[in-house]
Design a protein around this ligand. Structure first.
Ligand code: PSU
Ligand code: MN
Length: 307
């Protein structure tokens, strides 16, 4: 992996000098939100990371390289190009070999961030176990590689939980099986992206960046493979009502089944459909939570460097 990395000069300097760096994913730009909100979001998130004293490193595959830190032109390209491929782990070799434009998921971004020596990675919500796992009606087996990567990569991922379109109970069970440390950030509840509480709890709660950093340092000392998942709920003012979200999800899942959407298209489809059925409120929540995560992630990255 190391041979494939291309650093933005600012990111390289920060890493060499031991200053805090925060990795950011690009699938959320290319496939998670419509234009122009996606481009505004990508720029604002980078700005928030800077305000907190860290250097942003948005990750993407460009010209056969894993780019760690993008120029404004590259952000714009990802936000506008219909050619951008959603890149999970299995897609990396193909997109690299073809020198195509690749927007990296949590799985791919976390893997590249760790190879680059970046400790903290901020996203909106992680992928997980989709509803309808074996034993349930529908019998699909759609488990995001995001979980696999969290189980083997030494990185801290800051997110607003897992999207409530997923099977949250099953997602938490897989995280436990993989040995991922899940920390509630100023909460005892596992958040569901659009909502602050999925009905499931977290094993441990931290109430600030220093406390999170202490756990992350301890995890590193154990030399266990795998990472820490910091779950930071969507701000109260932007959260959607849980019962309403549940109704909208049912509607979105039904439409998805009718249209026969499967595989890697599922998450982008559901995000777009949720925007439609909530009349844009899911997008507003998504924007609010990613910015909040960027602030918290940058603060944790800074606290780690102070330690
Ligand atoms: N969260 C968002 N927007 C997104 C995603 C998550 O707010 O676009 C993306 C992430 O890149 C995540 C991916 O890794 O969805 C999960 O896709 P899948 O379920 O196909 O693994
Ligand atoms: Mn999937």
């Amino acid at each position: 992996m190391k041979y494939l990395l291309s650093y933005a000069p600012e990111v390289r300097d920060a890493l060499e000098q031991g200053r805090p760096v925060v990795a950011l994913e690009s699938t959320i730009i290319s496939h998670g939100m419509p234009f122009p909100e996606n481009l505004d979001m990508a720029r604002e998130v980078e700005e928030i990371v800077r305000q907190e004293g860290a250097v942003p490193a948005t990750v993407a595959l460009i010209g056969g390289r894993c780019k760690v830190g993008l120029s404004d032109e590259e952000l714009e390209l990802l936000a506008t190009s219909p050619q951008a491929v959603k890149v999970s782990l299995r897609d990396m070799p193909v997109v690299l070999a073809r020198k195509a434009l690749g927007a990296t998921t949590v799985a791919a971004t976390a893997t590249i961030a760790a190879a680059a020596g970046i400790d903290v990675f901020v996203t909106g919500g992680i992928g997980g176990v989709h509803r309808g796992a074996p034993g349930q009606p529908g019998q699909v087996w759609d488990v995001s590689a995001d979980l696999t990567v969290l189980g083997r990569t030494s990185v801290t991922v800051v997110c607003a939980g897992a999207k409530s379109v997923l099977d949250i109970g099953a997602t938490l069970e897989v995280l436990e099986t993989l040995g991922v440390t899940v920390l509630g950030y100023r909460t005892d509840r596992f958040p569901g992206f659009y909502t602050r509480d999925t009905g499931y709890g977290v094993d441990a709660r931290v109430d600030g960046p220093e406390e999170a950093a202490a756990v992350i340092r301890a995890r590193k000392l154990t030399q266990l493979p795998g990472g820490v998942l910091v779950v930071n709920p969507v701000p109260e003012a932007d959260a959607l009502d849980a019962a309403e979200v549940e109704r909208h999800i049912a509607e979105a899942l039904e439409a998805m089944a009718a249209e026969g959407v499967t595989g890697k298209a599922v998450t982008p489809y559901l995000l777009a459909k949720m925007k439609q059925v909530t009349e844009g409120r899911s997008l507003a929540a998504n924007l609010a939570l990613i910015k909040h995560n960027a602030r918290v992630g940058a603060q944790i990255a800074a606290a780690l460097k102070r330690g």
